[in-house]
Design a binder for this molecule. Structure first.
Ligand code: BEZ
Length: 212
């Protein structure tokens, strides 16, 4: 199954390192990050899960609940977490799904048979409070993901959802944003008190609205 932007994220109940969890109950009315890794006790995955744990405050600030998944056993996950904590100087603070029968991996299309029949690729799904999929990313097994980029996309998604702005190429926190095309230019002044610049009728910039 391939999941596309705007699709409803499939719900599931699965065994994790923090007990049996229903995905929707876990997400509540917040945002979600579901990401897969190819296998336990592998080097790149060890760094990725450690990095995610280190960023807990950043995910919390954005009201994002994190969940990882691979097709290994619960026992392996629990033993591997000890290695992650030791080598990455952190404490894993989110559940990891033990998806030995590949049920959740298949639900989310995380197994790409021409890459590997058995292991999940490095998939990322960001899910909004409406349970719709807002972002999908797929990385190959040998390339660790950039978790600062994942946070940056979440910031952009939340700016669009809550402040009606988009973010331009290479945008970084604090830089000017793009007023979404659905807002007529004559309504910008009332909606964006920090000011705006019309570069072209379709390209209107405004300071980042939620920045003090
Ligand atoms: C890994 O660490 O997961 C990995 C590294 C190189 C190739 C494939 C996987």
């Amino acid at each position: 199954m391939s999941i596309k932007l705007g699709d409803i994220a499939p719900n599931f109940t699965a065994m994790t390192t923090e007990g049996e969890i229903n995905f929707y109950d876990y997400l509540g009315d917040g945002w979600g990050l579901l990401f897969s890794h190819p296998a336990d006790f592998t080097p790149v995955c060890t760094t990725e899960l450690g990095r995610t744990a280190q960023l807990k405050n950043e995910f919390d600030k954005r009201n994002v609940k994190v969940m990882a998944i691979s097709v290994d056993s619960l026992e392996d996950h629990k033993n591997w977490i000890k290695d992650i904590n030791e080598t990455q100087n952190t404490t894993v603070n989110f559940p990891i799904i033990a998806d030995e029968n590949q049920r959740v991996a298949n639900l989310y299309g995380m197994i790409h048979p021409n890459a590997s029949d058995t292991a999940t690729v490095r998939s990322v799904f960001v899910i909004g409070p409406d349970k719709k999929v807002k972002l999908t990313l797929t990385y190959p097994a040998a390339t660790g993901r950039n978790f600062n980029e994942i946070l940056r996309v979440i910031d952009s998604l939340q700016l669009t959802a809550y402040h009606s702005v988009a973010t331009p190429a290479d945008w970084k926190e604090g830089e000017d944003c793009v007023v979404v095309p659905s807002i007529p230019t004559e309504e910008i002044a009332a909606k964006f008190p920090k000011g705006y610049k019309v570069i072209k009728p379709y390209l209107r910039m405004t300071p980042q609205p939620d920045k003090v």
